[in-house]
Design a protein around this ligand. Structure first.
Ligand code: NAP
Length: 281
């Protein structure tokens, strides 16, 4: 008997995070889910729920190719939805950034989706399916001390916009998630501990840390986020950019309707940068 369920592959499905919540929700809404992570042992609960699990490290060409080969065998070469979710955060001012670390963040957040699109894309084309890229509000609005992270997400947004045009002739839709706050361990996992002692921003890091932690404790639960995303992705004619997560509407208004000088003033004040002067660091 043929399996009529839509096939969905998601990167970065570690428990507690967005990928895990998306996997559960896609399955709930009737999809055949391929949950992936760098370490498959973290996917046991999803396997126990009937999902198929694959090892996939988005920074490794070999790993992405191997996962694509497995999927080709399992589905006969078709994939209805590819969700590029795996990502890492980096909180560090430009003057303090560790470049090898910044490169590693780019490798995951930007080259990761590029690799998966390269390898899984032909299967999405065969299914006339959808590609979903998880960007962030930070792709659209400046987020002080997050220039590296914001740059990766702006790159994801831009990559998705070009990809949309390239995929359209083949009936493939490309959706970028402009994700706002979602309650996950994402920030705590990547919390910065190696701030240079002579940093010009030494007084700002604790304020930024507080803004993010306060924001994430009151953020949208991952399950609610997943419900909104999956319902939107599964319907025909999904929006090309989907603003979702806490504060998304506020960020949309700030970044779309206000002039850049006003955005800069509001954001600088919010993140404690306006208290810095050449004399007072
Ligand atoms: N939570 C938010 O408020 C928020 C806001 C905007 C955007 N986002 C975006 O949403 C996505 C998910 O974030 P999250 O909050 O759920 O964070 P999370 O809980 O830390 O999840 C990140 C996932 O990415 C995986 N990952 C990291 N490097 C990987 C690699 N090389 N290969 C494969 N998987 C890798 C992690 O796996 P390991 O467990 O192996 O590290 C984990 O499964 C990210 O792209 C993030 O930028 C989140």
């Amino acid at each position: 008997m043929t399996d009529a369920r839509k096939t969905v592959l998601i990167t970065g499905c570690t428990p507690g995070g967005i990928g895990h919540a998306l996997a559960l929700e896609f399955q709930k809404q009737g999809a055949r889910v391929f949950a992936t992570a760098r370490r498959t042992e973290v996917l046991e609960d999803l396997r126990a729920k009937g999902m198929e699990v694959l090892a996939l490290d988005v920074t490794s060409d070999e790993s992405v190719r191997a996962a694509a080969a497995s999927l080709r065998e399992l589905t006969g070469g078709k994939l209805d939805v590819l969700v590029n979710n795996a990502g890492r955060m980096y909180t560090m001012a430009a003057l303090d950034a560790d470049i090898p670390h910044a490169e590693a963040i780019f490798n995951t957040n930007v080259f990761g989706p590029m690799r998966t699109v390269r390898e899984f894309g032909p299967m999405v084309v065969a299914a006339r399916g959808k590609i979903v890229n998880n960007a962030a509000n930070a792709a659209h609005i400046p987020m002080p001390l997050h220039g590296v992270y914001g740059a990766t997400k702006a790159a994801v947004l831009s990559f998705g916009d070009s990809l949309r045009l390239e995929m359209k002739p083949f009936g493939v839709e490309v959706i970028t998630l402009l994700t706002g706050g979602v309650t996950t361990p994402g920030y705590s996992n990547e919390r910065t501990t190696d701030i240079p002692t002579d940093s010009l921003y030494a007084s700002v890091y604790p304020k930024v840390d507080k803004v993010i932690l306060d924001g994430s404790s009151g953020a949208m639960p991952a399950e609610e986020y997943a419900r909104k995303v999956v319902s939107t992705v599964m319907k025909p004619g999904a929006p090309k950019w989907f603003w979702v997560g806490s504060n998304s509407t506020v960020v949309w208004v700030l970044s779309t309707l206000l002039p850049r000088w006003l955005q800069d003033n509001i954001v600088s004040g919010m993140w404690g940068l306006s208290s810095l002067t050449p004399e007072k660091k």
